[in-house]
Design a protein around this ligand. Structure first.
Ligand code: APR
Length: 309
């Protein structure tokens, strides 16, 4: 068995950083693709030149064509424009849909058996577009949002409590927008329910900060959006699949009746293994949580309708 192949489309902030995480974890050989000439080549070569120092045996290739992506096991799609201050993720729809349509066609032609992880925003809508355009089964196309949103929420809880991030377990549902649904009821610190450690008002503040976490970074950076945590999220999903880890992670997947939702890509907990999305986990929700999920689903549906597919 040879090494796994991970192709990353878009060699910008998210794509190049994803390549970095993947190489550091020695997940396989990496192909970085971008339309800009020299950028993927330069970043790939620079990253490979760190291999003797860091000690990873992953080949890293940069290219402007899809030839080298042939037979990829995983393709992470980050091509597209990021938002700037004052923009919502939805403002990116028109420009990014064109990019995603062409990229998905190229990728699936060269790697018909690959599993696709979408990162480009608006995330839920771009994941839906990728499923519809590729015709791939829903097990093999997913979006990275829940892992990132949950990581932000976990980071804020760890900062508040002054405890290790490793001990914070949390879950979150919904679209990758400000209406996402963090679930404090399913949040624990080493098994201790969060509600025993923090008052409700404090938890509400952390939830609110997590919801707006992407915007907080955009406002600080001004010229682009977050990339360390988004790329780490995509690589955690890739690792779960490549190593058949059967991890339970919140991912954006196509729903066909689960959670009472149909024909939508939406964030829910799933089991990730070598086949991709191996199962969707349905939680019992309170009436209040159901309302929040319905509200988030409504915004995602509205965005999907904009595609006029
Ligand atoms: N094919 C390949 N690459 C493309 C294409 C295309 N058709 N169109 C654009 N790109 C490349 C750009 O040349 C750029 O290098 O995608 C890259 C995007 O990188 P950045 O501008 O640095 O954006 P980044 O911060 O990486 O965000 C990428 O991920 O988190 C989301 O909202 C974010 O949609 C955005 C995406």
């Amino acid at each position: 068995m040879g090494r796994k192949k991970i192709s990353i489309i878009g060699a910008g902030f998210v794509g190049a950083t994803a390549a970095h995480w993947a190489a550091a974890k020695e997940l396989g050989d990496i192909v970085l693709v971008d339309i800009l000439e020299g950028i993927p080549q330069g970043k790939a070569l620079d990253l490979f030149e760190s291999a003797p120092i860091e000690g990873f045996d992953s080949n890293v290739i940069g290219t402007n064509t899809y030839e080298a992506t042939k037979g990829s096991d995983i393709v992470i799609i980050t091509s597209g424009v990021p938002r700037k201050p004052g923009m919502s993720r939805e403002d990116l729809l028109d420009i990014n849909r064109k990019i995603i349509e062409s990229v998905v066609a190229e990728v699936t032609a060269k790697s018909p058996n690959a599993i696709l992880i979408m990162v480009t925003n608006p995330l839920d809508t771009m994941t839906y577009l990728a499923i519809k355009k590729s015709g791939l089964p829903r097990e093999r196309v997913m979006g990275m949002a829940g892992v990132l949103d949950t990581a932000r929420y976990r980071a804020f809880i760890a900062m508040e409590l002054g405890v290790s991030v490793e001990d914070i377990q949390a879950l979150l549902l919904g679209g990758h927008g400000d209406e996402m649904v963090p679930l404090p009821r399913y949040t624990t610190v080493s098994g201790i329910p969060l509600s025993q450690l923090l008052p409700k008002e404090k938890i509400d503040k952390l939830v609110d900060r997590a919801r707006k976490g992407g915007g907080e970074i955009v406002n600080l950076l001004k010229t682009g959006s977050a990339f360390y945590a988004p790329s780490a999220g995509a690589i955690q999903m890739a690792e779960a699949i490549l190593k058949d880890k059967k991890r339970i992670l919140p991912c954006c997947v196509y729903l066909n009746g689960e959670y009472g939702l149909k024909d939508i890509c939406f964030g829910v907990p799933v089991k990730l293994g070598e086949k991709g999305v191996e199962s969707i986990i349905e939680l019992d929700l309170t009436e209040e949580e159901k309302c929040l999920v319905a509200k988030s689903a409504e915004s995602v549906k509205k965005s999907i309708l904009e595609l006029k597919l």
